[in-house]
Design a binder for this molecule. Structure first.
Ligand code: MN
Length: 163
């Protein structure tokens, strides 16, 4: 199953974390992006499921449209659930392995606030302790270009305006 992250410079910069399940991309908006430090719990707001096709999109969504702003494919690869992913989503604890080009190893998404408590479900994205964990390296600072086109945010934005 595919996994990907789109860095999205919208009203507020965030990283859209997406996992393919049941023919759609289950999605979370991670404001600060992923961290390789198991002590860092990154806020991940559950967002709408997206179509699988959207997972290869990189470019600019015109202002005023839903999700308006520049989108960069920041990571891509595959994921594998640890345990039953449907139950995990339902119960609020999804554990999985990522085999991306940039993110690897064991991760967890843990629900922090349900829809009853908040307008949107709030989850935490957490790196579990393994050989891929790293407390010192900031992975979002290390990789600031696209995993596919190797362009930075500015060049993706400018390319689109020129078309
Ligand atoms: Mn977004």
């Amino acid at each position: 199953w595919s996994y990907l992250i789109q860095k999205h410079d919208a009203t507020r910069l965030h990283y859209d974390f997406r996992l393919e399940l049941d023919g759609v991309l289950k999605s979370w908006a991670v404001t600060r992006g992923p961290s390789l430090d198991p002590r860092a719990k990154r806020l991940a707001i559950r967002t709408e499921d997206h179509p699988i096709d959207y997972g290869s999109f990189e470019g600019t969504i015109p202002e005023g449209n839903y999700g308006g702003g520049t989108v960069m494919l920041w990571d891509r690869g595959t994921w594998r659930p640890v345990g039953d992913p449907h139950r995990g989503l339902e119960e609020g604890k999804l554990v999985f392995r990522l085999d991306g080009e940039r993110l690897k190893g064991r991760w967890a998404l843990v629900r922090f606030k349900s829809k009853e408590q908040s307008r949107r479900e709030t989850w935490l994205l957490i790196k579990e302790s393994d050989e891929e964990a790293d407390q010192r390296r900031d992975v979002t600072e290390k990789f600031t270009d696209s995993v596919t086109s190797h362009r930075n945010m500015r060049s993706i934005a400018e390319n689109e305006t020129a078309v």
